[in-house]
Design a binder for this molecule. Sequence first.
Ligand code: GLC
Length: 399
Amino acid sequence: MDVFKEAKKLLEQNRRTTDGHQYTVPSEDGYPYQWLWDSCFHAIILAQFDPEAAREELRSALSRQFPNGLVPHIIYWKPGILHLFDWGVEGTSSLTQPPMLAYAAWEVHRRDPSNAFLEAAYPSLLAYYRFLVEKRDPRDHHLIGIINPDESGEDDSPRFDAPLSAAPDISFAEHLALRTKLVENNTACRFDAELCMRNYFWVKDVPFNAILVENLRALGHIASFLKHSDGEHFANLHAELIANAMRERLFAEGVYWSASGIDYTRLQVATWAQFAPLFAGLYTEEEAATLVRTRLLDPNSFYAPFGIRTVSKKEPAYQASGYPEGFSWRGPVWMAPHWFIYRGLLRYGYKAEAADICRKSVALLERSGFRECFNPETGEGQGANGFTWCALVLDMNEA
Ligand code: GLC
């Protein structure tokens, strides 16, 4: 199988148009709607060979922005069965997802410059990042909170077990029940993070904040290019404030840890989140060297025969085989973390290690197809089929 050809084909197969909005579903069978960070990945890939489709993908992702600036993590487009997070605005969720929008928009522009596209997207982008910085940081500590694990994009990651009171061996159904309960609380709170939700679930997550830093920098580039000096100042200032706050409150024992609640309780579960700050250049060269040598490349923690585990093998929650019912972020390999780690490694000059991740990603797709996630020990595919963001391998060819 030529995975690169297959990847392009899948992006086309999973493309939909509703009411004049064009977008790509994450998977025909499992996820027949539009998801926010998936669409950002789709746009990053499409930018290489179909930039107009990439722009359409981002335009539709931004088209249901809330008046307060939030960009919802799901747009249902067509009525269906999966309305787990419906509230407030007709036909969308009321949560968001890792804020990859500015990075994706800048990447699309970098590959195929279009001032008109950037100008049109800019006010929405600025409003979204302002929402995160202003509404998700009520104490002005410059760390952005998520109100539900799904906002991290890693719905059942064991990083969130402590705040959810979940056991390491929790079942798929039990976990879903906990998250459904949280959505009930979210709804009762009318999704007000500042005053209400932080009593239930309030996590300063490492990947979310690291991704935000890098995206604020991208927003800074966009604002500078468009000569919006206020926006440029806002973006660059907050990128720096968040990076500094992460260092001050989330960094310990050589790595970044997510934290919960107003007292910043450390969520000391070793997950791939430790590598996410490489993407934003938040480790020093020395720290990165130790991180790569002692954690990323350690076969007993993250380095598996078929890729990088999302959870260290040493964790009691580690579960290679996932769940028979669907996806799992409790150990299996996922293509999005592979891509973030790949980009992070390149940023620090680890070319051979980045190439290794690319090779393993391609090998997984050849062996098991475009699956949602994969068993790190056997390479077996898990969860949804025809999973679009696996096409991120097309953007892992620089090492
Ligand atoms: C699952 C993943 C999430 C993704 C969604 C759609 O919920 O955990 O990250 O956005 O599927 O692909």
